[in-house]
Every structure is written in structure tokens, then in C-alpha cells.
Design a protein around this ligand. Structure first.
Ligand SMILES: Nc1ncnc2c1ncn2[C@@H]1O[C@H](COP(=O)(O)OP(=O)(O)OP(=O)(O)O)[C@@H](O)[C@H]1O
Ligand SMILES: [Mg+2]
Length: 267
């Protein structure tokens, strides 16, 4: 059964696109057919893959358009360099959709994905920061929310906001589980260690055992348009992202055995 993951955090710059790309690449590397979708009008993920939105004939913008929509099939790009990895680019003009839609707008992405979702093992949706049109479309489509959390105390403010927001979404519409991934970890600072301890205390079940270290290699890999796990495959950060991918595979497998309670990131 296919597993759909929204990669989201209300706060900007926490490593959402980096996490979506590297976890997807790690799942694909493990032999799982994986679709990566960029629904951010700032197209951070599309850029990380070395692509320009204008160079694609069809993007997620056309798929979500209410006037003359394209099918998701038309927007899926095969990333030939990476086996099992497929990609739907974003477009700056995505932003106009937010203002246009009214009834049932929260189901647009789920409906668009329906014809292909079962042909993938994993679908990862890279959300823009904030809450609203794009994140809610991703949450409605998703089984799991992966929340990349920067290892700074300010992170808890966004987590609290997300908790209240998710709490307001009807249970049958929101994902059954969430998984927190500490990112941008600087082991030299006491502050970062304390944040991880606090996350551990507040979210003992949902916190990843893998912490993504801060390393300049991520910017370099973006310049090359490559997932970091392929740019520097033996680096500790690449191994950490592979570890996160393994955890997600376990959550996916256990979901099939135990379609359990709903969860939300409140402490
Ligand atoms: N572990 C890391 N170490 C160092 N730099 C990182 C790491 N993870 C991400 N970065 C860098 O931090 C910046 C923000 O990362 P990214 O774009 O993944 O965040 P985001 O949450 O998607 O941002 P936005 O909210 O703008 O979409 C990028 O320049 C990225 O290369
Ligand atoms: Mg991003």
C-alpha cells in the first residue's frame, strides 16, 4: 500500500526541502518507487534538483488549476540519474491558486494524486512554510507528516502553532501520525543539545533517533543539483537521512498492521 508523506513546518528554513529530497532519494535507493512533489511557490525543491520551473511544460500549478487542469501524469518527470525517483516540479504562479479556490479546495491535491498514488510506494510532498492552502492540501492527501525541526528553542513556537492548527482539522482529514526530524544540528553548541533533549521529553514516540548535522555540503550539493546523499554518500548527514528513511519504512509497515489513533504535535 502506498504511503503519502507531507514534509511541513510552519517555520521557514528548517530543512523541509532538504529533508524531502534526501529522504525520497534514500527511499528510492532502497528500491522503493518514490514520487517527490514540490508544492511551494518558491520552488526550493525544484531548484535543489538544478531545475527551473519555466523549463517544464507542465508543473503542479497546471495540475491544481481549476480551469482546464492537466493530469498528474503529464507533470511527473522521471529523474533518470536516480533509479525509482520521480518528481513533480513547482511553479511561481502556484501562489495565484491560493486566492482563487473556494469549495473543497483542501482536497485538490488528494484528488489530483488519486489516479497515480497506488503506483508508488512513497509520495513525499514538500510544503512551503506557513499553514493554509498548500500545507492543508498536503495534510489531507497524507498519511504522515514529517516535521523537520531546526535545533533551536524558537522551534517550539512553530510546533505549538502546528499542534493547534492540526487539532482544528477534522480527524478523518488529517494524517494519522507525525514524525519529527531534528535538523541543522551544531554539536558544538550546548543550546542544540538541550533542544534535542527537550524534543525527546515532549515527543518521545514521534522523535527521530537520527539528528541531521549542520554541514556546508548541503549548499554545495544544491549548487550541483544533487541530493546530498548522492553528493557525499558516506557523510554522517547522508547516513542520518538514510536512517530517517529506514524509520519511515518501519512506520509505514506498522501502519499496515495497526491503523491506530490520530496524533498531533501537542505536548
Ligand atoms: N543540515 C544542514 N546543514 C547545513 N545547511 C543545511 C542543512 N539542511 C538544510 N540546509 C540549508 O539551509 C537552507 C534551508 O534549507 P531548506 O531549503 O531545506 O529549508 P526549508 O525549510 O525547505 O525552507 P523554506 O521554508 O524556505 O522552504 C538551504 O540553503 C539548505 O541548503
Ligand atoms: Mg522549502
Amino acid at each position: 500500500m502506498s504511503y503519502v508523506i507531507a514534509v511541513s513546518n510552519e517555520k521557514g528554513g528548517t530543512g523541509k526541502s532538504t529533508t524531502a529530497l534526501n529522504v525520497a532519494a534514500a527511499l528510492a535507493e532502497r528500491g522503493h518507487k518514490t514520487l517527490l512533489i514540490d508544492i511551494d511557490p518558491s520552488f526550493g525543491l525544484t531548484r535543489m534538483l538544478g531545475a527551473k520551473p519555466e523549463s517544464f511544460e507542465t508543473t503542479i500549478r497546471d495540475v491544481l488549476d481549476d480551469e482546464n487542469p492537466a493530469t498528474i501524469h503529464e507533470a511527473i518527470q522521471e529523474l533518470k540519474e536516480y533509479k525509482n525517483l520521480f518528481f513533480v516540479p513547482a511553479h511561481t504562479k502556484l501562489a495565484v491558486l491560493e486566492a482563487r479556490f473556494e469549495p473543497f479546495w483542501e482536497r485538490l491535491l488528494a484528488n489530483a494524486l488519486a489516479p497515480v498514488v497506488e503506483t508508488y510506494d512513497f509520495v513525499l510532498i514538500d510544503c512551503p512554510p506557513g499553514l493554509g492552502f498548500f500545507p492543508i492540501n498536503a495534510y489531507v492527501a497524507a498519511d504522515l507528516i514529517v516535521i523537520p525541526v531546526q535545533t533551536e528553542f524558537i522551534a517550539f513556537t512553530s510546533l505549538d502553532k502546528m499542534g493547534s492548527y492540526l487539532g482544528g482539522i477534522p480527524e478523518d482529514l488529517r494524517p494519522a501520525a507525525f514524525h519529527l526530524v531534528p535538523t541543522l544540528y551544531d554539536k558544538r553548541t550546548k543550546h542544540a543539545k538541550e533542544v534535542v533533549q527537550e524534543l525527546q521529553k515532549r515527543f518521545p514516540e514521534a522523535l527521530s533517533k537520527h539528528v541531521i548535522p549542520r554541514t556546508v555540503g548541503f549548499s554545495d550539493s544544491s549548487v550541483e543539483g544533487k541530493p546530498f546523499i548522492h553528493y557525499d554518500p558516506h557523510h554522517a548527514a547522508a547516513e542520518a537521512y538514510r536512517g530517517v528513511a529506514e524509520e519511515i519504512i518501519e512506520i509505514w509497515q506498522s501502519k499496515n498492521e495497526n491503523p491506530s489513533a490520530q496524533a498531533q504535535p501537542t505536548s
